[in-house]
Design a protein around this ligand. Structure first.
Ligand code: SAH
Ligand code: SF4
Length: 364
């Protein structure tokens, strides 16, 4: 393990402070950000607008190192899944979902997940550890090495980033916020705030805490119209009840406009569990005065859960009730399930597999 400072581990503010500590002007940080995140350069000698003695200093003290790619799988529908090496035999998975008008990257924020939702492959694998900033932003950097950093005739760079891979982003807040800042910065990936999404199982106090601090799109994984069922499906609900989470979401919406004033409500449809006509009506009542759009995600099966995906007919009925009530509803199409890259199918490789009961409580 190198004792050099990995610049991918520094937030924008930390990179500026580091430059100042070397006796440089803070704008050197902007130059570095451009080389790293707009041109994909990891070699200081290629950074031609940085004076030679500083390049030598940087070579001595620092490195630019994203996690290495261990495997790359291509789905028949164009989805690509990379497994990246997080050390100690642990893998982090990242998924590229190409569409006509965009290239969406679904990134992970933890190895495994401590929340342990009943239907999620990641949760089933237990929790190993939080990812570092270099391992989170490094996923975007690695994917960009493959699709191109800047737009031209051959390349369609990453246009959207969603934190919907492995892990609960709001339980790893510091690097997640630093990642958002790098994604949004004009000196780095320069993505629009509407094209960066944090998806959360509902860590209410953290949603309140980030309100006004960061302005990116927010998605809430709700999955049930009442606390009794949500306690079972999304165990964090035993700690933060639906009313508390929705109050925090309202606080976030009041202080951010990345979502155009709306939160995305994610709802995984599980056959015979949360997809009845009564539950659709209960969901309409629950969300009646929340500015939102609803994303219905048909359950993606995997070895860890015995739930089933509802029939097309059941999904259609659920969809109709919500849209007839005036909600904007989207049915998420399944992408990449032939390579286990669909929502909730990511497993990575967790070294110390924990049972749900063994998850350290301070994590949740
Ligand atoms: N931990 C965060 C983000 C990662 S999960 C969260 O829960 O929001 C991203 C989305 O995938 C969540 O909405 C989650 O509920 C959904 N998901 C998990 N397992 C799934 C499965 N087997 N089928 C379909 N969606 C699933
Ligand atoms: Fe964690 Fe999200 Fe999976 Fe729940 S759905 S276990 S919060 S990754």
């Amino acid at each position: 393990m190198s004792d050099k400072i990995n610049l991918l581990d520094l937030s924008i503010a930390e990179l500026k402070d580091f430059m100042v500590s070397l006796g440089e002007k803070p704008f050197r940080a902007q130059q570095l950000l451009r080389w790293i995140y707009q041109f994909g350069i990891s070699d200081f000698d290629s950074m031609t607008n940085i004076k030679k003695d500083l390049r030598e200093r940087l070579n001595e003290l620092c490195e630019i190192r994203a996690p290495e790619v261990v495997s790359e799988q291509h789905s028949a529908d164009g989805t690509v899944k990379w497994a990246l090496d997080a050390g100690d035999g642990q893998l982090v998975e990242t998924v590229l979902i190409p569409e006509e008008d965009r290239n969406t990257l679904c990134i992970s924020t933890q190895v495994g997940c401590p929340v342990g939702c009943a239907f999620c492959r990641t949760g089933f694998s237990g929790f190993s550890r939080n990812l570092r900033l270099s391992e989170i932003i490094g996923q975007v950097w690695r994917a960009s090495c493959s699709v191109g950093f800047s737009k031209n005739e051959e390349h369609k760079p990453i246009s959207n980033v969603v934190m919907m891979g492995m892990g609960e982003p709001l339980l790893n807040l510091k690097p997640v916020l630093a990642t958002c800042e790098i994604l949004l910065s004009d000196y780095a990936f320069a993505l629009s705030k509407r094209r960066v999404t944090i998806s959360t199982s509902g860590i209410a106090p953290v949603i309140s805490r980030i309100a006004g601090k960061i302005d990116v799109a927010l998605a809430l994984s709700l999955h049930a119209p009442d606390d009794e069922l949500r306690d079972e499906l999304v165990p964090i609900n035993r700690k933060y009840k639906i009313s508390e989470v929705l109050a925090a979401v309202r606080e976030y919406l009041a202080k951010s406009n990345a979502n155009c004033g709306k939160v995305t409500i994610e709802y995984v449809l599980l056959d015979g569990v949360n997809d009845s006509i009564e539950q659709a009506h209960a969901l309409c009542r629950l969300l009646a005065d929340l500015p939102c759009k609803i994303n219905l995600i048909p359950f993606n099966p995997h070895d860890g859960a015995s739930y089933r995906r509802p029939s097309g007919n059941r999904i259609e009925k659920f969809f109709r009730i919500l849209s007839d009530a005036g909600f904007t509803v989207v049915r998420r199409t399944t992408r990449g399930d032939d390579i286990a890259a669909a929502c909730g199918q990511l497993a990575g490789q967790v070294k110390n597999r924990l049972s749900r009961q063994n998850v350290p409580s301070k994590q949740i």
